[in-house]
Design a protein around this ligand. Structure first.
Ligand SMILES: [Zn+2]
Length: 390
């Protein structure tokens, strides 16, 4: 069954819960070193998990937990900790069947590879990390692992949410995301964004070589621009300077996607800068994401709330003090679980980000889709050590 963005909230939640529980039983329980250990230590049996209350017995994960051993959060096929379940056996049969089919297809380089070899390749594509995105946390760089399977399935489906913001293949998109995201974006471009729709020009760090970058930007005439506030502001300033010298500036820009939410003043400032750069008509859309979340989400139109993906993430909003779930629309700390990912997988991850405007799971007044909409401002709470109260 395919997820439907017109189901009501209860139907979507039921589906999300079902898929998450299946993922935890069939993958996390057996192949995730960290949670495998947590489940054993807390005598938590995912096969007995039937409700959200059961699921909430899994302790929250904090940045500190993750930073202590990032490798233990990567799904590892060889780490099977229990006997295969019937569902896993079925998976194995399906994999074998796919391997047999693949063996009849022509081989590259004129060399025939056997079924065994092709099965190994399939398994490699699903489980082996091929890309690491880096984030800073707990005073050190932390790797977030992506497999080819991630790029083909959840990442491309989550990235497709750019369509909600008006992106269409063939549009010129300029990414000013930090260097650490550039590889991610290029993989995405190869998988999904249809060349030459996207050109990920990641700039040199800092604000050096602005003139050279602005020249490239002016020649590129981008329609979509995506980045973090400081980088975007630097580019807009350069474009404004270019425009003052009689160059085109950013006349073709339709949308400016800011990777983190702005407050009212920040929005006004950014709009002023857009106008100076010749893009006064461009829409300014706010975004939210974290490297360990493995996604970046945006509004579909100004003021609609940030559209979160309910297919590959299980969302909770928890009271900052009691860590109990709050009602939809009430402020609380965004907590998420990955669903159907490989590579780095987090469950009940306490982001420490307070959704002050509340998370509403309802129909968007602009795009008409039903999904969780996070209303800004989103503010970071002071870091906490261990989320689960002792
Ligand atoms: Zn919308």
């Amino acid at each position: 069954m395919v997820f439907n963005y017109h189901w009501n909230r209860e139907e979507q939640q039921k589906y999300a819960e079902h898929r998450l529980f299946r993922f935890i039983r069939n993958y996390v329980h057996d192949f995730h070193p960290y949670y495998g250990k947590v489940f054993r230590e807390t005598a938590f049996d995912p096969h007995q998990m039937n409700s959200y209350d059961d699921f909430r017995r899994i302790p929250l994960t904090t940045l500190k937990d993750f930073a202590a051993d990032t490798g233990a959060f990567v799904l590892q096929k060889q780490e099977q900790t229990s006997k295969p379940t019937p569902a896993m056996r079925l998976n194995q049969v399906a994999e074998s069947a796919a391997g047999v089919l693949a063996a009849f297809r022509s081989d590259s380089l004129g060399e025939r590879r056997g079924i065994k070899q092709k099965l190994a390749e399939r398994s490699f594509a699903e489980w082996q990390p091929i890309h690491y995105q880096w984030m800073a946390g707990e005073g050190k760089p932390l790797p977030i692992a992506y497999t080819l399977g991630d790029m083909k399935w959840p990442v491309s489906r989550v990235a497709a949410m750019l369509f909600l913001a008006g992106y269409r293949p063939g549009m010129r998109l300029l990414s000013l995301l930090p260097r650490s995201s550039a590889g991610w974006l290029q993989l995405l471009a190869a998988q999904w964004l249809v060349h030459p729709a996207i050109s990920a020009l990641y700039a040199l760090d800092g604000t050096d070589h602005l003139q050279a970058r602005a020249d490239v930007l002016n020649a590129y005439d981008c329609e979509f621009m995506l980045g973090e506030t400081a980088e975007l502001e630097a580019w807009l300033a350069e474009s404004a300077a270019a425009k003052a010298q009689g160059k085109a500036g950013l006349a073709g820009l339709k949308k400016l996607l800011v990777a983190q939410g702005l407050d009212g003043t920040g929005m006004l400032e950014m709009k002023k800068k857009l106008a100076l750069a010749g893009a006064g008509d461009a829409q300014l859309l706010q975004g939210y994401g974290r490297p360990e979340m493995r996604a970046l989400f945006f509004e579909c139109a100004e003021g609609t709330g940030i559209h979160l993906n309910p297919e590959f993430f299980f969302w909770e909003v928890l009271d900052p003090e009691s860590r109990e779930p709050v009602k939809w629309g009430e402020p609380g700390v965004l907590t998420f679980s990955h669903c159907d990912w490989r590579g780095t997988v987090l469950l009940r991850y306490w982001t420490g980000d307070l959704i002050e405007g509340g998370l509403y799971w309802e129909r968007c007044r602009s795009c008409g889709m039903i999904m969780p909409l996070a209303h800004t401002p989103i503010v970071a709470l002071p870091a906490i050590g261990k989320a689960q109260a002792d």
